[in-house]
Design a protein around this ligand. Structure first.
Ligand code: ADP
Ligand code: ZN
Length: 219
């Protein structure tokens, strides 16, 4: 299955992508995860990315497109498809993706738009905590770890992403509204869009998605 998850920061794209990827055995491509890894790699490119990310700004299209294009060339993608999470995020990125798929004679199966209220987004992101070691996600109120600051699964230390402060979340929402929101219309016009509510609980939304994929003959 070739899938794009679209929606504002905090919609739960990464969370659903991880579960779908695990259960359906489809590679998960998160540009956010790739960039965080590169940012921490101590390279010049990493320092360059850090500047954009801590301000909540988008990384320039050329860098993003190149990184994704490389990833899409790998064999696992040819065999199983992909779940794109956080890409495309601009019209230019969407056009580049379309072109590269077309060149290979394939197309996206569906685009899921996870429509989410601003209230949910702010609550989720400002309370989100991530495990330094295994990357699992907690929330101070909604999914608290058994012991404060410690991962239930691996005992790693939990931290707050530097772009999850209230101020930067508001900036990310502004950037989303300015540059990414228009992709909803872009995919809707191509009759590829399926809208679901990102306000639902993780498990419930997963069930909704699973049913939807079944109906579309994608499972
Ligand atoms: P979010 O929760 O905002 O969706 P991500 O983890 O997907 O966060 O991305 C974190 C940061 O990485 C973004 O704020 C942005 O700086 C950068 N980034 C991720 N994906 C893209 C993309 N497709 N285009 C440009 N920048 C991106
Ligand atoms: Zn952990």
């Amino acid at each position: 299955m070739r899938l794009v998850l679209l929606g504002p920061p905090g919609a739960g794209k990464g969370t659903q992508a991880k579960v779908l990827s695990n259960n359906l055995k489809i590679p998960h491509i998160s540009t956010g995860d790739i960039f965080r890894e590169t940012r921490d790699s101590g390279t010049e490119l990493g320092d360059n990315l850090a500047d954009y990310m801590k301000k909540g700004l988008l990384v320039p299209d050329e860098i993003v497109n190149q990184i994704v294009a490389q990833r899409l060339q790998k064999d696992d993608i040819k065999d199983s498809g992909f779940i794109l999470d956080g890409y495309p995020r601009t019209r230019q990125q969407a056009a580049v993706l379309d072109e590269s798929l077309e060149k290979d004679g394939i197309r996206l199966d569906t685009v899921i738009y996870m429509k989410t209220s601003n209230e949910t987004i702010l609550l989720r992101l400002t309370g989100r905590r991530v495990c330094k070691r295994c990357g699992r996600i907690f929330h101070v109120k909604n999914i608290p770890p058994k012991q404060e600051g410690i991962c239930d699964f691996c005992g790693g230390e939990l931290y707050q992403r530097e772009d999850d402060t209230r101020e930067t979340v508001l900036k990310r929402l502004e950037v989303y509204n300015d540059q990414t929101r228009e992709l909803i219309d872009y995919y809707d016009q191509k009759h590829m869009l399926n809208t679901v509510s990102g306000d639902m609980e993780v498990r419930k939304l997963y069930d909704v998605l699973y049913e939807l994929f079944g109906k579309e003959g994608l499972l």
